[in-house]
Every structure is written in C-alpha cells, then in structure tokens.
Ligand binder design. Structure first.
Ligand code: F6P
Length: 547
C-alpha cells in the first residue's frame, strides 16, 4: 500500500477537506478582497488565475507543505539532471533538454546529449530550408508542397494540435495532412487529395513497430508506386522520424533520410524532438524555434520559482487537492479559441496516459484516486453541449478556461463576445444562483405563488464549481509552447505527489498485443481461447463479412 496517506501533511489536508474544502467560493471571495491577487500569477507570457479553485490560505499552505514533503523540487531536479526517473522502463526523461539549447549541457549517464540534439536540430532546419526553397524536390523535380505525417498517439497528436493552433503562421501554399487511424478510411480519404509528385510522406514512430503506423506507411508506399513512383523515388518522397534505425532501413527508408531521437523522449512529450518536423515544415523553422523557446521559458520558471509561486507545481497540487481529497474525478479543458480545438485531445494523452496509474513507483497499490478523466471542447461550442452537467449535474468538474486577449481574426465584435463568455462561465460556476436570487428573478418576470415554487429548485445553481483561467495576450508559437510546458509540468507534479510513474504506459502496450493475437483469427485462422462474448463477436463479424 502507498505510504503517502501516512504523511502528516497528507493527513492535515485530509482534515482540511472536511472543513475548508467544503467552504463556498462565493463566501471566500466575499471575505477576502485580496483573493484574486494572492491566488494568481504570471510566467512565460501566461497569466494564471487559480483564485476560483476550492482552496483557502490554509489549504494553499497545506498543499505547498505536501509538495515539499514528497520532494517535488528534488524529483524535478532529478529529471533535469537526466536521472532514470522512468523506473519501469529504466529511462531518463529529458524532453526539457530538447527545447533549452541555450543551457549548454544535459547529461544522460554522464554523457552530454546536447551535441546530438543540436545535430538533429540543425539537420531538421537544413531539411526545412531545402524543402521550402525548392532545392529538395520530389523525384520528378516538382516542389514538395504537401506533407503527410503518418503516426499515432504521441507521434501524431502533438504535431496535429500545434499545426492547427498555429494556422495563422502557415507558410502560404503548404499543406499538411495527418493520418493516424488504422481505419483505411483515414488513409483513403487523404490519398484522394494528394499528388504523388509533390507529396512528402513523413513516417513518425518512436518504435517503428506500431501496427497502425506501419500499416498506413505500407499503404502509402504502395499508393506511391502504383501512381507511377519508382523504388528510387522513395528516397525523395519518404522520410522517417524514429529511434529505430534498423526498422527504418527494413521498411525501405535510407537512414540518411531518417531524423533520430532518443529513448529518453517519451512519445507524448516528443513534439519537441524530430517528431516536430512536420510542424517546422508547415510553419517555418523560426516559428518552430519560437515554440521551443516558449516552452523553455516555462521550464525555467518551473525549475527556478519557489513552490509557492511555481505555476505548474501549484496547478498540479490544486489538481491533487480536487482529485484525491475532494473526490472530483474529471477535469474539463475549455479553450476559448477555435485554433486550440485539438488541445483537449492532445492533453487527454498527455495527462491520462501519464497519470492513469494505480501503483506507486515501487509497485504498491495506491489507496487514493490518481489521474482525472480529461475531456473538453472549445468554448463557446461546449456551452451548448455539456456545460449543463458542469453547472447543475451531481458531479463537480474542475474546468480550465483558456483564452487569448487578442484574436488573429478580429471580425466585428466576435472576440469581445467570445471573451465575455470566457469570463461569464467561470463566474457563474463559482457563484451559482441561490433560491432567493431565483425567486427574485421569477417575481420580476411576473410569476407568483406555486409557479415560483414549481420552478425554483430547477433554476437553482449550486455554484462552488472550481475553475482555473489561463490568459495570454495572443496565441503565438511562444505562448503555445509555454502553455504545453505548463501542462507537462503540472502532470509531472501530480505524478510526484501520487508517487506514480508518469512516463510508462503498460496498459496501452497490452492493447497492442491483444489486437495482434486476434488479427489472424479475423483473417480465417484457427480460433484461440476467448471469453464467450469475444468468441461470439468474432464469429458474427466473420459471418457479416461472408466468411
Ligand atoms: O498509444 C501508445 C503509444 O505507446 C504512445 O505512448 C505512443 O505515443 C504511441 O503509442 C505511438 O508509438 P510510436 O511512436 O512508437 O509509433
């Protein structure tokens, strides 16, 4: 059993969860005019307001004390020092090194990895330059104007999210497609939009063994050859981003056309590595570099700021408070920016694959809830879909509201309206609406007696629903980089408090094995032992497919 709950700091918070944790935010704001100033901060171009979370001064102090007791700072320093903190895979975790080239030195097993990082970054920059200026062309001499990234999970979600978020920075005339799903529809629909002479396929896979990616890559190669491409032309039209040189060669890509990264880059933390190449191809090198620099600015804050002022650490601690002490099982991420429409999907992997764990670093069962269920949609769309449950449902769902103060598309008063909603929702979630307020409103509408009594309870909002508001001047490569790093370090902080490994993913690995064993059966092979439901479904599918 995990020993965290035996810590006096944990027990103090447990006690506070029954007193301060039950206070209504409306009262906390009324009592303390300085609350907003005390519970907000700024770093790397992001302003973070956490005053509408369910903390009091005592809870804040208790959380910081817990953070110190579990050694957040020491674990952070161990990560940055290249120690093998991913204990179940015996790997270092050094995505911070990829974006902090100014620091000069990052060691893994005593060896400085900075030279390797610089070499790959320079090759990426050079490659982008050549594609953009037309010195690197397709096999028939035409410019490579279209990129198709074939990858899944961390080899897809980061580049997809970033290229969507930074569309205003697109190089004119360039197109990037992402194919992730093994469902042939994803590939077929993409291929239908391509010209083989101007397309560059980027096969992105850390392991270069992932079933979905390898299947899609083979189909892309077959399509290219079918459309008149030649074996020799593959070198012009296929490149690989991977750690597995052998598998890249076996697939038929010359390792000259491979951009490597290293086992200390986790898949869901890899957009800062060679996996980011499609971003740089779409936005240009300077914008990709600015994304890395934005993340590095947040890293510096995370590495230097005391816990009391450390935004990722505080958000992590508050997340633990909501999840493990107040029993809130979910977290909604609500970007009030259409360009950030893939952020929730990206953060689902970052958070749920990292902290969806039930045993401690030493393998003992945890006795407290860990990683929350994360979901979200851009505002204001979500308001007309699932916010009802957030306002009046029986579960309390902490929400992150994210918005840029300035729009890339200042159309009429659209942005003011968007921001008005961005502000109104957290206020309403915090305040709620009392029965007295509801009654006054209904009276003003001319209702009386039993009409008011019938409706009042339905119109009451409990409020006291915690939210964090994250503001930036504008969504730029730098502020996006900082935002992603803010979440990465928040997730890390939570893993330290929960004493779990945020960097392995054994549950997903198991899924890969299971599907592989069923595949031959669907193709008509001998049935192996299954439960009755799975066996029955296999037979049904075969019958429906005329087998
Ligand atoms: O989804 C599981 C996972 O292992 C992720 O962690 C990873 O990002 C993804 O598969 C893709 O793996 P690869 O880059 O090796 O193809």
């Amino acid at each position: 059993m995990s020993s965290r709950p035996t810590l006096p700091e944990w027990q103090d918070l447990q006690d506070l969860s029954e007193s301060d944790g039950q206070r209504h935010l409306r009262d906390l704001f009324a009592e303390d005019p300085g609350r907003f100033g005390r519970f907000s901060g700024e770093a790397a171009g992001l302003f973070v307001d956490y005053s509408k979370t369910r903390i009091t001064s005592r809870v804040f102090e208790g959380l910081v004390a817990l953070g110190k007791a579990v050694g957040i700072e020491a674990r952070r320093d161990a990560m940055v020092a290249g120690e093998r903190i991913n204990v179940t895979e015996n790997r270092a975790v050094l995505h911070v090194a990829l974006r902090d080239t100014a620091k000069g030195k990052y060691l893994v097993d005593g060896v400085d990895v900075m030279g390797d990082i610089q070499t790959v970054l320079s090759r990426m920059e050079e490659f982008c330059g050549e594609v953009h200026n037309g010195t690197r062309t397709g096999a028939t001499g035409k410019p490579l104007t279209t990129v198709v990234n074939i990858g899944i999970g961390g080899s897809d979600l980061g580049p997809v999210m970033v290229t969507e978020a930074l569309k205003p920075y697109d190089i004119e005339g360039r197109r990037t497609f992402f194919v992730s799903n093994v469902d042939g529809t994803h590939m077929a629909q993409t291929l239908a939009q391509l010209d083989p002479e101007t397309t560059l396929f980027v096969i992105a896979s850390k392991t270069f063994t992932t079933q979905e990616t390898m299947t899609n890559a083979e189909s892309a190669k077959a399509w290219y050859l079918e459309k008149g491409g030649t074996e020799a032309g593959i070198a012009n039209h296929f490149i690989a981003l991977s750690t597995n040189e052998e598998a890249v060669s076996a697939f038929g890509i010359d390792t000259e056309n491979m951009f490597p990264f290293w086992d200390w880059v986790g898949g869901r933390y890899s957009l800062w590595s060679a996996i980011g190449l499609p971003i740089a191809l779409q936005l240009g090198w300077d914008n990709y570099r600015a994304l890395l620099d934005g993340a590095a600015a947040m890293d510096r804050h995370f590495e230097a700021a005391p816990l009391e002022e450390n935004l990722p650490a505080l958000l992590g601690l508050i997340g633990v408070w909501h999840r493990s002490f107040l029993g809130m099982a979910t977290n909604a991420v609500l970007p009030y920016d259409q360009y950030l429409h893939r952020l929730p999907a990206y953060l689902q992997q970052a958070d749920m694959e990292s902290n969806g764990k039930g045993v401690t670093l030493s393998g003992a069962a945890v006795s407290y809830p860990t990683g929350p269920i994360l979901f979200g949609e851009p505002g204001t769309n979500g308001q007309h879909a699932f916010y009802q449950l957030i306002h009046q449902g029986t579960d309390v769902i902490p929400c992150d509201f994210i918005a840029p103060a300035q729009s890339h598309n200042p159309l009429g008063d659209h942005h003011e309206k968007l921001l008005a909603n961005f502000l109104a929702q957290p206020e309403a979630l915090m305040r709620g609406k009392t029965v007295t307020e509801v009654t006054t409103d209904l009276q003003a509408e001319g209702l009386e007696g039993h009409e008011i009594a019938d409706l009042a309870n339905h119109k009451v909002f409990p409020g006291n629903r915690p939210t964090v508001s994250i503001l930036m001047e504008k969504l730029t490569p730098a502020t996006l980089g900082a935002l992603i790093a803010l979440y990465e370090h928040r997730i890390f902080t939570q893993s330290v408090v929960w004493d779990i490994n945020a960097y392995d993913q054994w549950g997903v690995e198991q899924g890969k094995v299971l599907a592989k064993s069923i595949l031959p059966e669907l193709k008509g092979g001998e049935a192996t032992r299954h439960d009755a439901s799975t066996a029955g479904l296999i037979e049904k599918i075969k019958a429906m497919r005329g087998m």
